[in-house]
Design a protein around this ligand. Structure first.
Ligand SMILES: C[S@@+](CC[C@H](N)C(=O)[O-])C[C@H]1O[C@@H](n2cnc3c(N)ncnc32)[C@H](O)[C@@H]1O
Length: 231
């Protein structure tokens, strides 16, 4: 993967960035996403935010080598501290991190959100707490995508602050639009997870005394939801 050829995962993220956007890519690593989008003329400007020094320098190099320093600003900052009001950001991508980390980045950076930005989020696990945060903060989920690459399942969640909206516990767990769409990749993911969770429960049953009952109950609840979903 590089700024010329994105992974399928980042290519699908790119597809949700509105044309002409002013994009903030938080946790940009090499900066491949904003640089690829700028090379295609798909965005007007970008901020590439990075908290760690090595990826920050890598992003600077990608931007410099592509002659985009006038349009893409690379900033060493944690989360949304990378963006300023003057950037007039219209879309924010946060990809390739746990859902809880993405949630924490959004929550601690709330004051920097105008509420008009489109959020394009690609959590690696922890989707449920992320969706919970979106609901609690008035974000409606506009689009959800699930893809499989290199034997990993990746979710993309696109949201805008057009709520209030209420999702059920099951919708927060599976994704409200995924549940509706029931795509083959979605059903295959939950078939795999069901087998995995049933194995875990069997394992727990043998070691019950040493395990917190709450944890066992939570997994049993998930197994019931998944079984109902797949029925
Ligand atoms: C696995 S990489 C994903 C890179 C790219 N977004 C992608 O999806 O391919 C995660 C990146 O997020 C950065 N990161 C983690 N927490 C961050 C934070 N609070 N603020 C900015 N960057 C962060 C890490 O330094 C790392 O470079």
């Amino acid at each position: 993967m590089n700024e010329h050829t994105l992974s399928l995962r980042l290519e699908r993220v790119a597809a949700h960035v509105p044309g002409g956007a002013r994009l903030a890519d938080i946790g940009s690593d090499h900066g491949y996403l904003p640089v690829a989008l700028m090379r295609r003329g798909a965005i007007a400007a970008a901020v590439a935010g990075e908290v760690a020094l090595t990826p920050f320098h890598a992003a600077e190099r990608t931007v410099r080598e592509n002659g985009q320093a006038l349009y893409i600003s690379v900033r060493l900052a944690s989360g949304l501290a990378a963006i300023e009001w003057e950037d007039r950001i219209t879309a924010i991508s946060i990809c390739g991190m746990g859902g809880e980390t993405i949630r924490d980045i959004l929550d601690s950076g709330k004051a920097r959100l105008s509420g008009h930005e489109r959020l394009i989020l690609q959590p690696n696990g922890g989707e449920q707490p992320l969706r919970q945060w979106l609901m609690e903060n008035g974000y409606r989920i506009l689009c959800e995508e699930l893809l499989r690459e290199n034997r990993f399942d990746y979710e993309i969640i696109v949201a805008e602050r057009t709520g209030p909206v209420i999702y059920t516990a099951e919708q927060l767990y599976f994704g409200p639009l995924q549940m509706q769409g029931r795509s083959p990749v979605f059903l295959a993911k939950w078939q795999r997870l069901l087998r995995h969770k049933q194995k875990t429960l069997n394992h727990f049953a043998r070691a019950r005394q040493t395990l917190p009952e709450g944890k066992v109950q939570a997994i049993a609840q998930q197994v019931r939801w998944i079984t109902e979903l797949l029925a």
